[in-house]
Design a binder for this molecule. Structure first.
Ligand SMILES: O=c1nc2n(C[C@H](O)[C@H](O)[C@H](O)CO)c3cc(O)ccc3cc-2c(=O)[nH]1
Ligand SMILES: C[C@H]1O[C@@H](n2cnc3c(N)ncnc32)[C@H](O)[C@@H]1O
Ligand code: SF4
Length: 403
């Protein structure tokens, strides 16, 4: 918890704008609670299998243009706005491939680019959010649930998109102000911790089921990681909106300012997972993107440390780390089975947020019917061998002796 000496909550946003006001208190160990349960017959006594989840997802990029230049980012480049026709064909592809989610992700500051503003006007949109709402409606028409990550947003912007998506996200990255003077964020003022924290709070006020996380290995210290996790825990205590926290290992990319840095090692990542599990409330799930951890033995260590979600798994390349392919979900299911876990598909909005309080009426029914479909399918059938069915044909099954 982040508290003043007098016990009152610190205003996190201003604390990070004026760090001398910041004071940290103790953390909250919570153990390794899972997100749900699978059941398997073992003799006469069924025992609980821990559940790991993933989302069958496809990514749509409105534009790669970005006002900022994070030292690690190979995504940002000046591109025009994708048309609604391109969006529609992406969503048809996603539906055919069996996706449930579309991740809509772009650079920041879209309205600052004159060319993009002119395009929006020519297409009859008032602004970028007007366009995004139209894109989301096309996704919903195909039965895909939008998850939006376009960086910083205001409460009003969150409220505008809330009726047409099921969740949104934005990585906190880190609460380190020091990194604003280092390669990671020296040309990315949008990554100032007080702005990121203000966005997380705005999402909370707008009651948006939210995904955030830390980027690991960009120059932050162990103390920075602890402070970042405590800030997320504090925001969740206030608003209850954090569904998951991504612990994303930095991957160096040629042509970026941090090209000659190395990514974090596995013991470091495992330590961060354990730290996150100790600091975050037990209802916040820890996500590790498995394509950024290429060795199965390393993935095992992270799951045993407390990671319980694999994030979006896509039939198409990862837009942030295109050289890091995913395995078929059936193969992750097989390795997890060997470690005593079942892999279940999930939606972009976690079950406990599938209520009328957290979801707009316009998306509530679709979410509930898709969740019922997933529940009926059960877990993802493990297929161990190379040559496991690809994403498109991956089957699901119901584990033995389920309730
Ligand atoms: O494929 C990716 N998905 C990313 N996702 C998507 C994520 O795996 C899923 O969309 C969410 O778990 C919702 O299901 C993000 C979502 C956020 O809200 C914030 C950051 C990310 C980052 C990535 C990413 O780098 N690559
Ligand atoms: C969408 C999210 O992707 C992450 N991101 C951006 N570049 C990289 C990289 N080189 N390695 C790992 N993660 C990255 C950031 O955390 C951003 O918020
Ligand atoms: S990580 Fe996001 S904010 Fe940073 S340069 Fe890339 S697109 Fe822009």
């Amino acid at each position: 918890m982040v508290r003043h000496a007098n016990g009152r909550m610190v205003d996190l946003v201003s604390a990070y704008a004026r760090p001398e006001k910041m004071q940290r208190g103790g953390s909250q160990p919570t153990g390794l609670e899972g997100t749900g349960a699978g059941w398997e017959a073992s003799g006469s006594e069924p025992h609980r299998l821990e559940v790991v989840t993933c989302s069958h997802s496809l990514t749509f990029i409105p534009t790669y243009s970005c006002l900022f230049a994070c030292g690690y980012c190979a995504f940002a480049r000046p591109t025009p706005l994708a048309s609604l026709e391109e969006a529609a064909s992406c969503f048809v592809r996603g539906k055919q491939a069996g996706c449930h989610e579309v991740l809509i992700m772009s650079g920041e500051g879209v309205m600052v680019f004159p060319r993009l503003r002119a395009t929006l006007a020519a297409w009859g949109f008032r602004d970028y959010h007007d366009y995004l709402a139209a894109v989301c409606r096309l996704a919903l028409e195909q039965g895909l649930l939008p998850h939006i990550n376009i960086g910083n947003q205001t409460e009003e912007e969150f409220r505008r998109l809330r009726p047409v998506c099921v969740s949104m996200g934005m990585m906190l990255e880190t609460t380190s102000r020091e990194l604003l003077r280092q390669p990671a964020h020296q040309h990315a003022p949008g990554k100032a911790p007080h702005l990121r924290l203000a966005t997380l709070a705005a999402a909370g006020r707008a009651q948006v089921p939210f995904t955030t996380g830390l980027l690991i290995g960009i120059g932050e210290t162990p103390a920075d990681r602890e402070a970042s996790l405590e800030a997320i825990a504090e925001l969740h205590h206030q608003y209850g909106h954090i569904q998951e926290v991504i612990l994303q290992p930095f991957v160096p990319h040629p042509g970026t300012a941090m090209a000659d840095w190395t990514g974090p090692d596995v013991p470091t990542l495992a330590a961060v997972v354990r730290l996150a599990r100790a600091i975050l409330p037990s209802d916040v799930v820890i996500q590790i993107p498995p394509n950024l951890v290429p060795e199965a033995a390393d993935r095992r260590e992270l799951v045993l440390a407390g990671a319980r979600d694999l994030g979006g798994i896509s039939p198409e390349p990862d837009q942030i780390n295109p050289d890091a392919p995913w395995l078929a979900p059936a193969r992750y299911a097989a390795e997890l089975a060997a470690w005593g876990f079942v892999l279940r598909p999930r939606l972009a909005v976690y079950p406990r947020f599938q209520t009328r309080a957290w979801l707009d009426t316009a998306v509530y029914d679709l979410v509930r019917s898709k969740q019922a479909e997933l529940d009926a399918l059960g877990a993802i059938a493990p297929v161990p061998a190379v040559g496991a069915p690809g994403f498109q044909t991956c089957r699901t099954h119901t584990p033995r002796a389920r309730r």
